[in-house]
Write a protein that binds this ligand. Structure first.
Ligand code: SAH
Length: 260
């Protein structure tokens, strides 16, 4: 019996219906699959039943990694490492489909890394990922809501996002204290060409004081530039949550023009 490690966010999925739901969210047959944090291998088994062409898993826990080796032998390629240290853009010959019941303490860090690390095109076909519900709500948040912010703006920049379902704590062992949500991400064909660092800067400064009017962050970054205001039709009496996605991407682009 394996004792779950809290520090590694180990809550193993045990509900068969949920596992089935996850593996029917994206095509698996004949695809190359990457699973993040396979843990005891419950999801891994369900994925293998659908006959992928190849399967890779990244698991940080040495003990679990060894167990997975015994359990699955040469059916999977095990990378016993920290997902945050891996450069996925160099790992695969073809685009992969990613599954993961992510360790919740680093889930946003993983997703942000994947979005900001994209170089020439996407290394994945789609992502099927489980998050803590509260985080998922921020990822899929729409304009004019209190959840709308940096995370939704950065995620929506390059990805189309769909919520598949919410999942109760009872589906896991040990039972977490929070609800979870399953999200499905697909690469966007068109997105504004900006540097991740400028989008990060813009959203950081604008959402630093989310209840205040836009005047202050705008002046801080653009020194009151009227041309930018007119071009992007921004009303400085609004609040950060009232500007749509495109306006933030365009602001990042204007910011790059300034700093040249
Ligand atoms: N997918 C499994 C387990 C999910 S729990 C299931 O659904 O049953 C999260 C898993 O991620 C654990 O196995 C944990 O050891 C692993 N993990 C935690 N931090 C990690 C990291 N930085 N890199 C890779 N794996 C990690």
């Amino acid at each position: 019996m394996i004792k779950a490690k809290k520090s590694l966010g180990q809550n193993f999925l045990v509900d068969k219906n949920i596992l089935e739901k996850i593996v029917t969210t994206a095509d698996i047959f004949d695809k190359t699959i990457l699973e993040i944090g396979p843990g005891t291998g419950n999801l891994t088994s369900c994925i293998l039943e659908k006959n992928p062409k190849k399967m890779f898993v990244i698991e940080k826990d040495n003990q679990l990694s060894n167990k997975l080796k015994n359990k699955f032998q040469n059916q999977i390629n095990i990378i016993n490492d920290d997902v945050l240290k891996i450069d996925e853009t160099k790992l695969f010959k073809e685009k992969v489909t990613v599954f993961g019941n992510l360790p919740y303490n680093i889930s946003t860090e993983i997703l942000s890394k994947w979005i900001t690390n994209l170089k020439d095109g996407f290394w994945f076909e789609c992502l099927v990922l489980m998050f803590q519900k509260e985080v998922a709500d921020r990822i899929i948040a729409e304009i004019n809501t209190s959840n709308y912010g940096r995370l939704s703006i950065i995620c929506n920049w390059k990805l189309d996002i769909q919520k598949i379902c919410d999942i109760k704590p009872e589906a896991f062992s040990p039972k977490p204290k929070i609800n979870s949500s399953l999200l499905f991400f697909q690469p966007k064909k068109n997105f504004v060409k900006i540097k991740p660092s400028s989008l990060e800067k813009i959203t950081r400064v604008f959402f630093n004081q989310r209840r205040k009017m836009l005047k202050k962050p705008f002046n801080q970054l653009f020194n009151g530039d009227q041309k930018v205001l007119n071009k992007l039709k921004i009303n400085l009496n609004l609040r950060p949550q009232n500007l749509n996605f495109e306006t933030y991407y365009n602001l990042a682009s204007e910011y790059e023009n300034l700093s040249r």
